[in-house]
Ligand binder design. Structure first.
Ligand code: FE2
Length: 292
């Protein structure tokens, strides 16, 4: 097996390739690393055949949709995923065949209802179901602590203790663990009684991930993030700083229109010296009173 682990902040992605056939699958790719994944696959002589999200991510932007367009390969998620751009929806026990490798899906709802773990040879890609020293949270949309309890204690923790655990997140720079290590040392797994576990998960009081609404919107719809939209706009629309705008206003005679499309709070507090800035929907041509 050819194996690459790519960290993006706390997010972990995995490139898993068959050394005999050069076929590969990319698990949980992140949008800012697209060129990196393609370069790694090229360096290792791999052809990416599948793009897999272990679940609907709420804390970062998935690259599956964009890579699928770019490479012409299918996006794979669990069948509970509602994302319309998913090409292959797999169920519990089904396999993704990647050359001579077999990636077996284990449906593990709890962190999200569409969460799945993927087992291949001696490795288990646990998504956000089981993290190193933690578990996925259950307070985001479709999260369910009761389901997470079943997924962990009745499924994942009953697997081979030597199975290596590769999660979708780690914020401390750790790369992997094993099922046995997690059973022995993971603080959340020491609460083994169902009601106590559920109570613990319901009272974690974690702060919301940054960009959670935008991440869910883009990852569930296949739409573009604000950063992508701005990057695309910047490629074809000249941007100017407020200083440059000010100098244009001072140097020109009523031939410049400024239309403020920011949210209300922003345009009420914002100020462009020398220009009359109009809120969204109230375009007025300077020098042409009454025009709107
Ligand atoms: Fe997640």
């Amino acid at each position: 097996m050819i194996f690459e682990q790519i960290a993006t902040g706390g997010c972990q992605s995995y490139l898993v390739g068959c050394s005999e056939t050069s076929a590969a699958a990319l698990i949980d790719p992140e949008i800012s690393q697209i060129d990196h994944y393609i370069a790694l696959a090229a360096r290792d002589g791999l052809r990416i055949r599948y793009l897999i999200d272990t679940h609907t991510h709420a804390d970062h932007f998935s690259a599956t949709r964009q890579l699928a367009r770019q490479l012409g390969v299918p996006v794979v998620m669990h069948q509970a995923s509602s994302a319309p751009f998913v090409d292959m929806r797999i169920g519990d026990g089904e396999m993704i065949i990647v050359g001579k490798l077999r990636l077996r899906a284990i449906h593990t709802p709890g962190h999200t209802h569409d969460s799945m773990c993927l087992r291949v040879e001696d490795r288990l890609f646990t998504g956000d179901t089981l993290l190193i020293g933690a578990t996925g949270r259950t307070d985001l949309p479709s999260g369910d602590p009761e389901a997470l309890y079943d997924s962990l204690f009745h499924r994942i923790l009953r697997l081979d203790p030597d199975l290596k655990v590769f999660p979708a997140h780690d914020y401390k720079g750790r790369q992997s663990s094993t099922i046995g290590q997690e059973i022995a040392t993971n603080p959340r797994l020491q609460t083994r009684e169902r009601a106590a576990f559920v109570e613990m998960m319901r009272n974690l009081n974690l702060s919301m991930p940054t960009h959670v609404t935008e991440a869910l919107r883009t990852n569930m719809s296949g739409g573009k993030s604000v950063a992508q939209l701005l990057a695309e706009a910047a490629a074809c629309v000249p941007f100017m700083s407020l200083e440059v705008l000010k100098s244009h206003i001072e140097a020109t005679q009523d031939d410049l229109i400024v239309l403020d499309v920011r949210e209300r709070d922003a345009y009420e507090s914002g100020h462009i010296p020398g220009a009359r800035v109009l809120p969204r929907g109230q375009l007025e041509l300077r020098g042409q009173p009454g025009a709107s």
